[in-house]
Write a protein that binds this ligand. Sequence first.
Ligand code: CP
Ligand code: NVA
Length: 303
Amino acid sequence: MTRHFLALHDFNRQELDEMLVLAADLKQKQKKGEAHPLLDGKTLAMIFEKASTRTRISFEVGMFQLGGHALFISSANSQMGRGEPIKDSARVMARYCDGVMIRTFGQEIVEEFARYSDVPVINGLTDLFHPCQIMADLQTVIERKSGYEGLKFAWVGDGNNMANTWIEAAAIFGFELALACPQGYEPDRHVWEWAEKIATSSITITEDPEEAVRDADVINTDVWASMGQESEQKQREHAFQGYCVNDDLLANAKSDCIVLHCLPAHRGEEISDTVIEGKYSVVWDEAENRLHIQKAIMATLMK
Ligand code: CP
Ligand code: NVA
């Protein structure tokens, strides 16, 4: 059966842990200059309906390093942008390629694509989830904290695709997660209810960023207006006042905390310049780890 990576919950904790171990191994190999052609001769189609720097580059470079090839397909320049049905595109692309990565709007789009695709489909970000990013974030946490168990994770800001995926992660991996989101910008209700049913750890939500960040080991934030929400920027700037990860807020966290941001960042909005450039920030390692975890995800699905 073809397996897809549309959300973290498509895999169990053990399988996700194995991907994280493989990502660390592939990172070592790449640093030592050792070849690791796990996907020799294979091809990945990358469909983008939204902008990207990290996702596109890490998948494309990653595929090359695995001995395969990646092709960039912008929906605007393909027949998908002219209304060719998703199910037709999926069946055709699966005849040419060994895997498909999609960045799009609704989660139902990647789900429909996957339903009709005979090859693995990877979610490169939807409005609901960003699973590849959270796996890179966990790889970064493991590197810095020698694991994720027993740590307190805090989310400050919008209840967006990143927040939803952190909720899934907390429920699957069993770590504590405290979210601070303004009223009206809470995470997805279905994701929350799903997590409540399976979580063995505490997952809480408050409107108070200080409360969420108190004694946290890992603090994570993201832009106030995600892709597709640009017209709400002004309204969101107003709603998110007080939700900036700055030095004052970090004074509530553990003194050896680390700060994650998936990037791109809006300095002075969700994160201060001093924090992103400062000693707690691990954002550049986090961005690099997109490459290594992407390779592990592709190798696991497409081998
Ligand atoms: N973090 C992330 O997904 O970055 P891009 O939007 O640049 O791909
Ligand atoms: N929440 C952001 C993440 C970007 C990587 C967005 O969806 O635009």
